[in-house]
Ligand binder design. Structure first.
Ligand code: SF4
Ligand code: SF4
Length: 395
């Protein structure tokens, strides 16, 4: 470890003027009403540890653990507090300072030994798929949040999918780590939309996990190693934009890969920019949309997905109450902090079900898994799908 709390920046921490305007937007404050579970409380705590004016203690660390990293506070803060940067640096400092707990050690090992290696992850996906088929309860129970796995996403031959019609753009596409295994149909739909929009889609060979889960979990060294490896492949290919259909990954790439500055685009951001052809059919569904925190708050993208949805002929779009409040998924949070995650989820499910929608569109695999599991437990037939699948319904 370098200097204690050496990653946290004094300048970043000093931007907070303790006005409290972020409190009501913070999901953990909303359910507990506790100052210690608010952005202001957490910034105060990290400031004291950094200054050495408060002893570092494991009980207080719980307040940092319970932060979702959703960055809602950052989006509403009038003083421009860079909360995303603060919590990532704070978590890395906390992980260095604390006594490691078995749960945290397991999650770090799983990230480094599994998520960071696409081949191992694919093998784990194949085993889980088989266990689901054979109803092997021990494995199926340990992954009860998981959707029914389909065959994983396959890159096209030569790592290029051609544009449909005239080629107007060449984009790189982030395949990522868990998404091609958990939700291959989202990638299939996203790539098809890009082709329809006149994009030649390049799949960078050798690309690994972007590192978002590592950074959110306090493993900045692991995230840096992945970035260095991925930059080698990105530098080798010419592309206009790197298109990402997972909000958490997109936010991380925009913040953590300075060399890609301005070239990382969320799928909805890119499609709104380049345009889709005229829809071919009506989409007769009642639909609601859940903002992914890392799209709405970290990337400030709320308008484009709604405009794309509204452009679908026949769709009945209905907003839920608080669509931009976190669903409690937050990367590994639902596994590491299941109790708080579930409290936040229940409020979200109430808001979603009140819309009486047939479908809820999402922009992030973690949200999809969390909402599907919650709806299953409530016995609801509401379908959760990636916004790419929703848009593709019109073609
Ligand atoms: S984070 Fe921003 S909104 Fe929240 S207390 Fe600090 S300055 Fe105020
Ligand atoms: S990141 Fe989310 S959970 Fe954490 S303090 Fe900010 S609003 Fe609250």
């Amino acid at each position: 470890m370098s200097a204690p709390f050496g990653r946290l920046s004094d300048d970043d921490l000093a931007t907070c003027v303790h006005c409290g305007l972020c409190l009501d937007a913070c999901p953990t404050f909303r359910v507990t009403g506790l100052e210690t579970e608010s952005p202001r409380g957490r910034i105060y705590l990290m400031t004291q540890w950094k200054r050495g004016t408060m002893a570092f203690d494991e009980e207080q660390v719980r307040h940092i653990d319970l932060c979702l990293g959703c960055r809602t506070c950052e989006a509403v803060c009038p003083s421009g507090v860079p909360y995303g940067r603060i919590i990532e640096a704070g978590r890395a400092d906390v992980e260095d300072a604390r006594r490691p707990t078995p749960k945290r050690v397991t999650s770090r090992v799983a990230l480094r030994q599994l998520v960071g290696h696409p081949t191992r992850l694919r093998a784990a996906g194949a085993v889980t798929r088989l266990a689901q088929k054979l109803h092997l309860t021990s494995i199926a129970r340990s992954g009860r949040m998981l959707p029914q796995l389909k065959p994983p996403f396959r890159r096209p031959t030569g790592n290029v999918a051609p544009a449909i019609g005239e080629r107007k753009h060449r984009v790189a596409f982030l395949v990522g780590c868990v998404m091609p295994i958990l939700y291959p149909q989202s990638h299939d739909a996203a790539v098809r939309l890009l082709q329809l929009a006149g994009c030649e889609v390049w799949f960078p060979p050798g690309e690994r996990c972007c590192g978002a889960l590592f950074a959110h979990n306090g493993d900045l060294a692991g995230a840096e190693r992945l970035r260095d490896a991925n930059m080698l492949t990105y530098r080798a290919g010419g592309f206009d934009s790197l298109v990402v259909d997972s909000a958490g990954c997109g936010a991380h790439l925009k913040d953590f890969y300075p060399e890609l500055k301005g070239r990382v685009k969320d799928l909805t951001e890119w499609l709104a920019e380049v345009g889709l052809p005229e829809p071919k059919r009506e989409v007769k569904i009642r639909l609601t949309y859940q903002d992914a925190c890392h799209l709405a708050h970290a990337q400030r993208i709320k308008k484009q997905p709604r405009e794309l949805i509204r452009s679908l002929p026949g769709v009945a779009f209905v907003e839920m109450r608080h669509p931009d409040i976190c669903c409690g998924a937050a990367g590994l949070y639902s596994t590491l902090e299941p109790e708080m995650s579930n409290r936040i989820l229940q409020e979200k499910l109430d808001d979603m079900l009140a819309t009486r929608a047939d479908v809820v569109a999402v922009a992030n695999p973690g949200c999809q898994m969390q909402l599907e599991a919650g709806l299953r437990r409530r016995g609801s037939t509401m379908k959760v799908e990636h916004i790419a699948e929703t848009l593709l319904r019109a073609y």
